[in-house]
Design a binder for this molecule. Structure first.
Ligand code: AMP
Ligand code: GLY
Length: 432
C-alpha cells in the first residue's frame, strides 16, 4: 500500500486454530502493523498477538472489539462467522474486513447453491442431484447401485461429506443426515453426486471483487492414516507446491474453476472478496471442482504462510479495500510442508488434557521450523492438549525433502500421550 506506511494500524484476527496462528504470525511481522489482536486466539497466538476472549460466533462482540481498539483491518479465519455475516456487520460499522459477505459466503455455506452455480456458470464438476426428501434420495441411490458421494447441504464442520462405496453406505449417510439430523438443519437437503477419481489439490486465490491474484497451489491429506487410509479429518498435513499442478494445469484451474465462479458470483450479486479456496480433483490432467471454500484452508494456510515471501498485509488489506492493483503475492522458490499433531481419539472421540512437552527444544533441535497452535491450553507453566488437531508443525526448504526433514524433526521432539501423526505428508510428490 504505497503511502500508508506512515500510519501503522492494529489488525484483529478472528479464530483460534493453527491457520489463525499462522496468519497472525505473518501479520505481526508487517511494518504496516502496530499490534495484532486475536479473538479468541489460542495458547500459541499469545506469542504474536494479544488474545481477547470474544467468541467467533459473537458478531456484535467482535464489531465492538474492533471499534474499541480502532482496528484498521479484521481478518476472518473460519467459515462460520463469514456465513453468519460478520464481514457485513464490520463493513456497516466502517471497519475494513478480509473475507466475503454473507451472500458470497453462501458458496461454502450451501453445497446446493455451490453446485447450482457451478452448473449455471459452466464449471466442471461431478454430475449431481439435489434431494429434500429422504425417501426419494434412498430410492435414487438404490436404483443407481454404484459408488456415490452424499453431501449435507449446510456447514457440518468438515464432516458432512460421505464417499459411499455402495448403496448401503449411501443410505446410511442419508439416514444420518436427513432423518437423524446429526448435522441439524445442515442435513435438511443433500447433494448426491458421482465419484471422481484422481488427485486432489487445494487452490487459493484472493479477490477484491474485481481482480484476483493467485496464491501457490497446495495439497492437503484428509485421511487420518498413512497412505490415505482411515477416517476423514479436517486435514493431517499439507505441502506446497504439488507437482501435479503444472503451469498448464494451473491455467486450466484459473480459466475453468476460478474465473467463471468469480464472474458468476458478481453476476448473482454475490461479489466475492477474500480468499477463495477451490478443492479440485485432477483427473487425467483436467480439473474437476469438488467444492469452494470461502476462506483459507487449514492446514493449507500454514504451508502457504511458511512459503510466503514479503508482507502479507497489503494482500489482505487490498482485498478488504477493493483494490488489489499492484499487489503480487510471492512465494519462496522452494517448498514447504506442515504436519498436524492430533490428539488421542481424533477425529472420533477426542481426548483433551494430555501434557505437551518438547516445544522448548524445537528452536535448538529443528531451527527454522515453526509450530502453530490449535487445540492447546496453557495451565500455569504447562501446556495441555485441548482439541482434535493440537499443533501444526511447519517448515520451508529449498526442496520438499528438506522441508519434510525439518518439519518431522520438529514434530518428533514434541510429545504428548496419544499423539497421532501421519508420517507420509507429501508422499505423492516425494515418491514421484
Ligand atoms: P467437499 O467438502 O465437498 O470438498 O468434500 C470433502 C472431501 O470429500 C473432498 O475433499 C474429497 O476428498 C471428497 N469428495 C467430495 N466430493 C467428491 C467426489 N465427487 N468424488 C470423490 N471424492 C469427493
Ligand atoms: N483442509 C481443508 C479445509 O480447510 O477445508
Amino acid at each position: 500500500m504505497p503511502g500508508s506506511i506512515a500510519v501503522r494500524m492494529k489488525v484483529l484476527v478472528v479464530g483460534s486454530g493453527a491457520r489463525e496462528h499462522a496468519l497472525a504470525w505473518r501479520i505481526s511481522e508487517s511494518p504496516l502493523v502496530s499490534e495484532v489482536l486475536c479473538a479468541p486466539g489460542n495458547a500459541g497466538t499469545s506469542a504474536v498477538a494479544t488474545n481477547v476472549a470474544v467468541d467467533v460466533g459473537d458478531v456484535r462482540g467482535l464489531v465492538a472489539l474492533a471499534k474499541k481498539h480502532k482496528v484498521g483491518l479484521v481478518v476472518v479465519g473460519p467459515e462460520a462467522p463469514l456465513v453468519a455475516g460478520l464481514v457485513d456487520a464490520l463493513e456497516a460499522a466502517g471497519i475494513p474486513a478480509f473475507g466475503p459477505s454473507r451472500d458470497a459466503a453462501e458458496l461454502e455455506g450451501s453445497k446446493v447453491l455451490s453446485k447450482e452455480l457451478m452448473a449455471k456458470y459452466g464449471v466442471p464438476t461431478a454430475a449431481f442431484r439435489v434431494f429434500d426428501d429422504p425417501d426419494a434420495a434412498t430410492a435414487y441411490v438404490r436404483e443407481c447401485a454404484r459408488p456415490l458421494v452424499v453431501k449435507a447441504d449446510g456447514l457440518a464442520g468438515g464432516k458432512g461429506v460421505v464417499v459411499a462405496g455402495d448403496a448401503d453406505e449411501a443410505v446410511a449417510a442419508i439416514d444420518a443426515m436427513m432423518r437423524e439430523r446429526v448435522f441439524g438443519d445442515a442435513g435438511r437437503r443433500v447433494v448426491i453426486e458421482e465419484v471422481l477419481r484422481g488427485e486432489e489439490v487445494s487452490y487459493h486465490v484472493v479477490s477484491d471483487g474485481l481482480r484476483y491474484v493467485a496464491l501457490a497451489a497446495a495439497q492437503d491429506h484428509k485421511r487420518l492414516g498413512d497412505g490415505d487410509t482411515g477416517p476423514n479429518t479436517g486435514g493431517m498435513g499439507a505441502y506446497s507446491p504439488p507437482p501435479i499442478v503444472t503451469p498448464e494445469v494451473e491455467q486450466k484451474i484459473l480459466a475453468r474453476v476460478i474465473e467463471p465462479m468469480l464472474a458468476g458470483l458478481r453476476e448473482e450479486r454475490r461479489t466475492f472478496r477474500g480468499a477463495l479456496f477451490a478443492g479440485v480433483m485432477i483427473v487425467d490432467g483436467e480439473p474437476w471442482t469438488l467444492e469452494y471454500n470461502v476462506r483459507f484452508g487449514d492446514p493449507e494456510c500454514e504451508a502457504l504462510m511458511a512459503r510466503f515471501d514479503g508482507d502479507l498485509v497489503p494482500l489482505l488489506l487490498g482485498s478488504a479495500n477493493k483494490d488489489l492493483s499492484g499487489v503480487t503475492p510471492r512465494f519462496g522458490a522452494g517448498a514447504s510442508l506442515c504436519v498436524v499433531l492430533a490428539a488421542a481419539g481424533y477425529p472420533v472421540r477426542v481426548r483433551s488434557g494430555d501434557l505437551i512437552t518438547g516445544l522448548d527444544r524445537v528452536a535448538t533441535e529443528a531451527p527454522g521450523a515453526r509450530v502453530f497452535h490449535a487445540g492447546t491450553k496453557r495451565d500455569g507453566d504447562e501446556l495441555h492438549t485441548n482439541g482434535g488437531r493440537v499443533l501444526t508443525v511447519c517448515a520451508a526448504g529449498a526442496t520438499l525433502d528438506d522441508a519434510a526433514e525439518l518439519a518431522y524433526r520438529a514434530a518428533d521432539v514434541i510429545a504428548f500421550d496419544g499423539k497421532q501423526v501421519r508420517r507420509d505428508i507429501g508422499f505423492r510428490a516425494r515418491t514421484r
